[in-house]
Design a protein around this ligand. Structure first.
Ligand code: UDP
Length: 329
């Protein structure tokens, strides 16, 4: 079976690529390396790469010519804070780009689409943990872009043969437990890569975006899910939509909340390093607390997260950062 992976050299995409290759599928990765890393290119007889942007019509035609049965769409911008400052980047990349891809898929009768959605579609929680029926009222533009695509998927799948999985990631974290992925993200904006860069000395200091939230220590609480657990859910979701010829929309989270401050303290303990941080202003669009119910994914996909404890998340990340910065552990 042929599978197209946009953003397959990026953080989550590169993990999924390895898991798909282990199942012997024929993979085509399309990546423009804006945040992806050339270290994540895989040498494998079933792996092909097209370097470029899927929004470029020539590139789009080339990837569609591969005639994939399934498309995994990771290529998107994902920094909630940045989306509030530079919304055009997000409308272009996440909304227009994705619609462009979906139109081509439908025209070419490619039926199966795995979409990287986000917990950011929910906005400020009305109740916790957040299940899939929770209202979607995004508080940042990034979340809105994901909601727009989810709404389009719902319509398009009613009107055409398209079938999709919309996977609402909570906070993706950690690195491959088998050590197959070594490429770091370029210009990361999420908490844990920034914590790692600060611990390793790439950054002088980091900022905590607000400590006056209504949480026990005043910093935001998030639900971190290990990237290998996420990857596994993608494969299960693909199997599900093909087997049942049906859509699925699920949360993917660990169902455990941890605050920014707790994360920093645990990272200091595990790495035995002092992290240089200061308390800054709140970041626009941040919800105080996000926590998943992943009951639906567990029931329908038989998904069972194995690596999403904070220790495994931090140590697998630390190991990759040490390798990249040539620090002997
Ligand atoms: N955060 C922070 N400093 C940073 C980056 C993130 O304090 O340099 C906080 C951010 O405000 C949020 C949490 O860490 O409360 C997770 O942020 P991230 O951007 O990783 O994910 P998201 O908020 O989009 O779920």
């Amino acid at each position: 079976m042929r599978i197209l992976i946009t953003g397959g050299a990026g953080y989550i995409g590169s993990h999924v690529v390895h898991d798909l290759l282990e199942r012997n599928y024929e993979i085509l990765v399309c990546d423009n390396f804006s945040t992806g890393n050339k270290k994540n290119i895989v040498k494998h007889e079933h792996y092909k790469l097209i370097e470029g942007d899927f929004r470029d019509p020539d590139i789009l035609n080339a990837i569609i010519d591969f005639k994939p049965k399934v498309v995994f769409h990771f290529a998107a911008s994902k920094a909630a804070g940045e989306s509030m400052i530079n919304p055009i980047k997000y409308s272009n990349n996440n909304i227009r780009g994705t619609l462009f891809l979906l139109e081509k898929m439908i025209e070419n009768e490619i039926q199966y689409f795995i979409f990287s959605s986000s917990a950011a579609v929910y906005g400020e929680p009305e109740y916790l943990p957040i299940d899939e029926n929770h209202p979607r009222n995004p508080t940042n533009y990034y979340g809105f872009t994901k909601k727009v695509i989810e709404d389009n998927l719902e319509w398009l799948s009613k009107l055409t043969d398209l079938k999709y999985a919309s996977l609402r990631y909570f906070n993706a974290a950690g690195y491959d437990i088998k050590g197959r992925v070594l490429g770091l993200e370029n210009q990361p904006q999420n908490l844990l890569p920034i914590v790692m860069e600060t611990l390793i000395g790439e950054r002088q200091e980091m900022e905590i975006f607000g400590n006056d939230y209504p949480t026990p220590d005043g910093t935001c609480i998030r639900d971190y899910i290990h990237v290998n657990d996420l990857s596994n859910a993608h494969l299960l979701a693909m199997d599900y939509i093909i087997k049942n010829h049906a859509n699925i929309v699920v949360n993917l989270g660990s169902e455990k909340g941890i605050s920014v401050m707790e994360m920093i303290q645990t990272a200091e303990e595990l790495t035995k390093k002092k992290l240089n941080y200061r308390i800054g202003q709140r970041r626009a669009g941040d919800a105080a607390k996000l926590l998943a119910s992943s009951k639906k994914a567990k029931e329908l996909l038989k998904w069972n997260p194995l690596y999403s404890d904070v220790k495994t998340i931090l140590l697998t990340m630390w190991s990759v950062y040490q390798k990249n910065y040539h620090i002997l552990s």
